[in-house]
Design a protein around this ligand. Structure first.
Ligand code: IPM
Ligand code: MN
Length: 372
């Protein structure tokens, strides 16, 4: 492909800051023959306040047609629909459902130089993927639940066999190729559910067990989500790929992010058969917006996932090499103490972006490890 169209949506709060920093980094990683064409489109809470539209139709059409979508962050507290839910989340949530981005891949990795609140862990000890089902589960109720007499609210959790099968297959494929090696060296997929209490999760588990039979080379186990919250704190090095329903994946990804430096260090790739959507797992952090201190690493690492996904999809090695360079330089910068305020450092968003760009100019081509 000569040109890849990237739809860029800055969004709200710190979104524009981390997104702009990331676009600079991607350009630096690709150099003068950059085949990516970035075009900005509006969406989010700010845009909703200005125009009454949180996700304009032209933005949706452009995102659907683009080769990939890059997003900063969306949503502002208090900017809500009549039902009380946030308007600024429409962009992310509608893309997930309308483009069928069923796999939300969230690598959790402790980098050298980044402080963890867990004691006794060092870089490399935590390196796993949370694979969050992104197209059904409890989130499928968004916009369609019921409020009865203003007294009773109902949202329904939906799990379908094809929906579970495809996310579980993805989990096993990721376990086969991921770099996320648990400390005991065993490649495994952990099915995280609440099968002991609710039939939807018991169904999730039974379909997981069926699909698992097709992957005899990968170890499997089950974990109830409440116990999983504890395991992620006490033995994070045990995990390789964790697959779970949408809502559980949302909650566990924040917990897991906290163990590797916080939300600023949590990238994600949301992919379907056709489209790919890349943003950090964090929100718009309006409390620090506009101060130039936001941590851009999560978005930068999400862009590396984007380059890997695009590179593999189109058989375009140079994109994978660029992804590898971004990851390598990110590692070096973090290890060298280039830390933002949330990581107990003092580097600004700009300083980090510029340092990463400068270093990119000197790093040779590397092949990447694909996590998408
Ligand atoms: C995430 C976020 C989103 C979610 C919001 C922004 C809709 O928290 O990607 O984890 O709840 O899924
Ligand atoms: Mn979340």
């Amino acid at each position: 492909k000569e040109v890849y169209e990237i739809a860029v949506v800055h969004g709200d709060g710190i979104g524009p800051e981390v997104c702009a920093a990331t676009v600079e980094v991607v350009k630096a990683a690709l150099g003068p023959v950059n085949p990516l064409r970035f075009t900005e489109y509006p969406a989010g809470a700010e845009h909703f306040l200005k125009t009454g539209q949180s996700f304009p139709e032209p933005t949706f059409q452009a995102c659907r047609a683009a080769d990939a979508i890059l997003h900063g962050a969306g949503g502002l507290p208090g900017v809500v629909h009549p039902d009380g839910t946030e308007a600024g989340l429409d962009f992310t949530l509608r893309l997930r459902f309308e483009l069928d981005l069923y796999a939300n891949i969230r690598p959790i990795r402790l980098f050298e130089g980044v402080p963890s609140p867990l004691s006794g862990v060092k870089a490399g000890d935590i390196d796993f993927i949370i694979l969050r089902e992104n197209s059904e589960g409890l989130y499928a109720a968004r916009g369609s639940g019921a409020l009865l007499r203003g007294e009773v609210a109902v949202d329904t959790l939906v799990q379908t066999r094809p929906g579970i099968e495809r996310i579980v297959r993805k989990a096993f494929e990721l376990a086969r190729k991921s770099s996320g090696a648990p400390r005991d060296g065993v490649r495994r997929v952990t099915c995280c559910d609440k099968a002991n209490v609710l039939r939807s999760y018991a169904f999730f588990r039974s379909v997981f067990d069926e699909v698992a039979k097709g992957y005899p080379d990968i170890a499997t186990e089950h974990a109830l989500v409440d116990a999983m919250a504890m395991h992620l704190v006490l033995k994070p090095g045990h995990f390789n790929v964790i697959v779970s329903e949408n809502m559980f994946g949302d909650i566990l990804s924040d917990l897991a992010a906290a163990t590797v430096g916080g939300m600023g260090m949590a990238p994600s790739a949301e992919i379907g058969e056709t489209n790919g959507f890349f943003q950090a797992a964090h929100g718009s952090a309006p409390d620090i917006a506009g101060k130039g201190i936001a941590n851009p690493y999560g978005t930068i690492l999400s862009a590396a996932l984007m380059l890997d996904w695009l590179g593999h999809k189109h058989g375009d090695e140079k994109l994978n090499r660029a992804a590898g360079r971004i990851r390598r330089v990110t590692e070096d910068c973090l290890a060298g103490g280039l830390l933002s305020a949330d990581l107990k450092g003092s580097a600004s968003t700009h300083k980090i972006a510029h340092a990463v760009c400068d270093r990119l100019a000197t790093v040779p081509g590397l092949s990447s490890h694909d996590q998408t």
